[in-house]
Structures are given as structure tokens and as C-alpha cells.
Design a protein around this ligand. Structure first.
Ligand code: ADP
Ligand code: MG
Length: 238
């Protein structure tokens, strides 16, 4: 686990600024959700934490380390995307172990870590299957399994449930929360779904047009929204 500190972070694409000085403190083991309408900069911020986008200004720390210039592979994070592409020609076990294989981890260690992740996610009986033989929820679990086997300091999720149907989405919310309670890995989770945010987060960060409107515990935002934008966003049905 590690803390993540986002300090006065700015981002511009060319001449166009999209993140205007955002500061967020995420403590060890915290589950923080970035929420806000499409285009407000959630993915861009997450991608800067992951190292997939450069930082135009400000500072990002993971643990004690400033990571602005640290390549993604050296940041000790694992990211789960909305469009998690599994390798179709690889079994579930090989999909989950692939990143460790790339790092030349010993075979026995890969197997041990894959088995542990499979046990946590209820995939033990499916390890020899191929992605086409899995349901949507099972595929999503394999995508999470790929993150878990790496045993990262920080999980980053970018709208991981938005391709699932409504029923499965509700089930996966619970599973992801249980996973967090078990592993206690620091998590930054992006969604545009305020119900997901209200039910899953320790702390919600409400973003709008590249700034933070408010952050706090779900009930604090619900009871004491700082402005009409937060009130409208948190209070509206998804
Ligand atoms: P969200 O994830 O909240 O929907 P994004 O972070 O994807 O928002 O986008 C924030 C803003 O940055 C949007 O205006 C988007 O068009 C712009 N943007 C995102 N990625 C790029 C890029 N690679 N080049 C130019 N503009 C981008
Ligand atoms: Mg996005």
C-alpha cells in the first residue's frame, strides 16, 4: 500500500488546458472515487497518476516518491480499464500471469500468484478456459485478476463496470468493495455514476471542467454539498 498525493496538478493538451490545478490527498489503503460528468478530466487525471500522460504542472507522489518522471512500469500501480481486452488466444491463467512472465518471474511464483488471485476472485475452476468461454462478469474478474497478481501499491480503475449490464454492475460493485476490504490496497476509481460513488467510496472527489468542486465522505457530500453543481450531481438519479 502507499499514499497518493496529487499536488496542484495541471494538464494541457497542446494549448488547451483541461486540468486546472487539482490537489487530492489519498491515504494508505483508502478507496477514493473520482466522479463527474463526461469530459471533466477524470481519465486524464488517472492516466497522469499511472504515468500514461505527462504532467504539465504540479506534482504527483506515490508513497514518498515524486513520480512525475517515473515510467509507468516503475510506479508499482496496476490499472483496470473499461475496455479491458483479454488476450483471446490465452487461457485465464495465462492472461493473469502474462505481466509477470514479461518480467521473467519464475514459473512457480507466477503460478502461485495466479492461484491466489483466482481464489480471491472465484476463478479457480475457470483457469483453463479461454475468454470466449466466459461471461461478461467473469471476464471483468479476469481483468481484475491481472491487476491483483502484480500485487501493486495502488489500484487504478477507469469506469471498469460501464460495459456491464445493470444487474452485473451492482454485483461487481459489491465484489470490488469486498476485494478492497480484503486486500486494503490504495484505490483510485473513476466513474461518472454517482450511485457507484456513493456506495463504494471512502472519499468522493467531485470534478467539473478540470477542477475539484468538493471532496469528502459520501454522506458529507450528500448532507452538505458545497454548491449547486455538487448538489445536482450527487442528488440526481443515474
Ligand atoms: P473524462 O474521463 O472525465 O470523461 P477526459 O479526461 O477523458 O474526461 O477528458 C478531459 C478533457 O480532455 C476533454 O475535453 C477531452 O476532450 C480532452 N482530452 C482527453 N484526452 C485528450 C488527448 N489525448 N488530446 C486532446 N484532448 C484530450
Ligand atoms: Mg474517462
Amino acid at each position: 500500500m502507499a499514499s497518493v498525493e496529487i499536488r496542484e496538478v495541471r494538464k494541457a493538451f497542446g494549448a488547451t488546458p483541461v486540468i486546472h490545478g487539482v490537489s487530492i490527498d489519498i491515504t494508505d489503503g483508502e478507496f477514493v472515487i473520482l466522479v463527474g460528468p463526461s469530459g471533466c478530466g477524470k481519465s486524464t487525471l488517472l492516466r497522469m497518476v499511472a504515468g500514461l500522460e505527462s504532467v504539465t504542472g504540479g506534482e504527483i507522489r506515490i508513497g514518498e516518491r515524486v513520480v512525475n518522471n517515473v515510467p509507468p512500469k516503475e510506479r508499482d500501480i496496476a490499472m483496470v480499464f473499461q475496455n479491458y481486452a483479454l488476450y483471446p488466444h490465452m487461457t485465464v491463467a495465462d492472461n493473469m500471469g502474462f505481466s509477470l512472465k514479461l518480467k521473467n518471474a519464475p514459473k512457480a511464483e507466477i503460478q502461485q500468484r495466479v492461484n491466489r488471485a483466482a481464489e480471491i476472485l472465484g476463478l479457480t475452476k475457470l483457469l483453463d478456459r479461454y475468454p470466449r468461454q466466459l461471461s461478461g462478469g467473469q471476464r471483468q474478474r479476469v481483468a481484475m485478476g491481472r491487476a491483483i497478481v502484480r500485487d501493486p501499491q495502488v489500484f487504478l480503475f477507469d469506469e471498469p463496470l460501464s460495459n456491464l449490464d445493470a444487474k452485473l454492475r451492482v454485483q461487481m460493485r459489491t465484489e470490488i468493495k469486498e476485494l478492497h476490504q480484503r486486500l486494503k490496497t490504495t484505490t483510485v476509481y473513476v466513474t461518472h455514476d454517482q450511485i457507484e460513488a456513493m456506495t463504494m467510496a471512502d472519499k468522493i472527489v467531485v470534478m467539473h471542467d478540470g477542477i475539484v468542486e468538493q471532496m469528502g465522505a459520501p454522506l458529507d457530500l450528500y448532507d452538505r454539498p458545497a454548491n449547486l453543481f455538487v448538489a445536482g450531481f450527487i442528488g440526481s438519479p443515474s
